[in-house]
Design a protein around this ligand. Structure first.
Ligand code: DMJ
Length: 571
């Protein structure tokens, strides 16, 4: 009895600290055992973690090799490497931010207020619809019911730090954005607004849903490129995939509509690792390059069967504009490498052609870009062509010093003309196009204003690239004219006539995507969406510039770096 009771009590005494206090040898032994066990456990953990890291690197490497294998099998020569955007917010403002000038800060807040007014009106009256009609306070589905304004606004909300609004928009994209629509959509408009808007939101936020949706809609657009020449049809049914061209072009494809998908589809290939998007759109440029004229100017109609141009207008305005813009921007997106050299060469050729269209008005010597049909020049310029000063300024640094200065000077002269499109009207808002008659400088042709962004876009580039604050002043004046004429209780409207100020009933989605974004950035430090790191699509959606590798080139796996707690909108 005694023995059976005392045995456990002897064992338990080893757990009593008092036991060791009286026995230093046992205490030392216990300490050594403790150190040894701790080291053993720590060592196991470290090995496990290292193995996990190694495993994930191997998985990434495997994924990369699978993509390369796929490319080799297809034998297409197009090299794409999947880029993973982090799920963390990207820091798009560099660390060396200069303190923001108080006047700029105040103006930026005013622009942000304008965005809040436009967005909250859209939320209130047109949620989920393509566009808001502010006077009648309802939504309309002008793009097939793809939530065009919502998708077009995502990155602007993000950049401005309107986080709650961005989250609500993201919820809608996640739960309600449905592309399975029996609707004949414009390939161009859907690409620049929807694919571009989603990819930009993905690049900024790292939220996968945006990439998934971009892939979904791009896959629906892709059959449009299945033509004998590879030049796409400009309209496609989103549910059934049958494509065609509008009747009014006589069956032709439109230049801008066919050559303004490259940035978005290349970006999509880079982010998904699937080269099919990039192949289709790059092939269009290769095709056009085969017969590219010496002046680099293409008429606005292309035959998608023969791959030839049709007799039609040459213009940097409607239907021509963004073809030239994308030649330059794909070169920038491609890190100006040998693989994209032909884009820059084509763009420089087109700039020679542009110089041949440049004329000056009398008596005030405003510089403008005329249009051309056959051998005849037309003394007309669209406000749409006012993107050109920004494009020329952006491309000027790729020339040697003398050419660079010449082109920058041209960009500044053209921007002055575009600013005067605004200043010359009673409302201080520009009309849709201008004619230049000798002795009369500029005369408004089509006199509506639909909240277009091109002039403020150019002012943004010129301010970024020259540092000249005059461009901020001009942008501020234009913004004030929008506030005065276009702001109504239910949002922002265009004007039916810039002479009388009579209002229309439409808030274009590009007002939120482009006009307000460029104005906001005009009053933000240059590090917010740095032009060294981002390239804007033609709808002002910034796409992150990531490495573009030559075929067969080996490079370690890369990732777009994310800042741990990225925040940039509130700079
Ligand atoms: C936008 O949709 C794009 O900027 C396009 O390239 C031209 N037209 C509008 C804005 O005016």
């Amino acid at each position: 009895m005694v023995r059976s009771r005392s045995a456990p009590s002897i064992r338990w005494r080893y757990l009593n600290p008092a036991y060791y206090l009286k026995r230093p040898k046992q205490l030392a032994l216990l300490f050594i055992v403790f150190v040894f066990v701790s080291f053993f456990v720590y060592d196991r953990h470290t090995i496990l973690r290292e193995h996990e890291e190694e495993l994930s690197t191997l998985k990434e490497e495997l994924e990369r090799l699978q993509i390369e294998l796929g490319e080799l099998k297809q034998g297409d020569g197009v090299s794409v490497r999947k880029v993973s955007m982090s799920t963390k917010r990207l820091d798009v403002s560099k660390k060396d931010d200069v303190a923001i000038d108080p006047v700029e800060a105040e103006r930026r807040e005013k622009v942000k207020d304008a965005m809040i007014h436009a967005w909250s009106s859209y939320e209130k009256y047109a949620w989920g619809h393509d566009e808001l009609q502010p006077q009648s306070k309802n939504g309309v589905d002008s793009f097939g019911g793809l939530g065009a304004t919502l998708v077009d606004s995502l990155d602007t909300l993000y950049i401005m730090g309107l986080d709650e609004e961005f989250q609500r928009a993201k919820e809608w994209v996640t739960n309600s954005l449905d592309f399975n629509k029996n609707y004949d959509a414009s390939v161009f408009e859907t690409t620049i607004r929807v694919v571009g808007g989603l990819l930009s939101a993905y690049d900024l936020s790292g939220e996968n849903v945006f990439l998934e949706k971009a892939k979904d809609i791009a896959d629906r657009l892709l059959p449009a490129w299945d033509t004998p020449s590879g030049i796409p049809y400009n309209i496609i049914n989103l549910a059934h995939g049958n494509a065609h061209n509008p009747g009014w072009t006589g069956g032709d494809s439109i230049l801008a509509d066919s050559g303004t998908e490259q940035l978005e589809f290349i970006a999509l290939s880079q982010r998904t690792g699937n080269p099919k998007y990039q192949q289709k759109v790059e092939n269009v440029i290769l095709e056009l390059n085969k017969t590219f004229p010496a002046d680099g100017l293409l008429p606005i109609y292309l035959n998608p069967h023969r791959g030839t141009t049709s007799h039609s207008t040459i213009t940097f305005g409607a239907m021509g504009d963004s073809f030239y813009e994308y030649l330059l921007k794909v070169w920038i997106q491609g890190n100006k490498t040998a693989e994209v050299k032909h884009y820059r060469e084509m763009w420089e050729t087109s700039m020679k052609g542009l110089l041949s269209l440049v004329r000056k008005t009398a008596p005030s010597s405003f510089t403008y870009i005329s249009e051309k049909i056959g051998n005849s020049l037309i003394d007309k310029m669209d406000e749409l062509a006012c993107f050109a000063p920004g494009m020329i300024a952006l491309g000027s640094s790729g020339y040697g010093p003398a050419e660079s200065a010449k082109f920058l000077n041209l960009a500044e002269e053209l921007a002055w003309t575009c600013y005067n499109f605004y200043q010359s009207t009673p409302t201080k808002l520009a009309g849709e196009n201008y004619f230049f008659h000798s002795g009369q400088d500029m005369t408004v042709g089509t006199s509506w204003n639909i909240l277009r962004p091109e002039t403020v876009e150019s002012l943004f580039y010129l301010w970024r690239l020259t540092g000249n604050k005059t461009y901020q002043e001009w942008g501020w004046n234009i913004f004030q004219a929008f506030e005065k004429n276009s702001r109504v209780e239910g949002g922002y409207v265009g004007l039916k006539d810039v002479n009388t100020g009579v209002k229309d009933n439409m808030m274009q989605s590009f007002f939120l995507a482009e006009t307000l974004k460029y104005l906001y950035l005009l009053f933000s430090p240059p590090s917010v969406i740095s032009l060294d790191e981002w390239v804007f699509n033609t709808e002002a959606h910034p796409l992150k510039i990531v490495p573009r590798l030559a075929p067969g080139q080996q490079k370690p796996n890369f990732r777009v770096r994310a800042r741990k707690e990225g925040r940039f909108g509130g700079v």
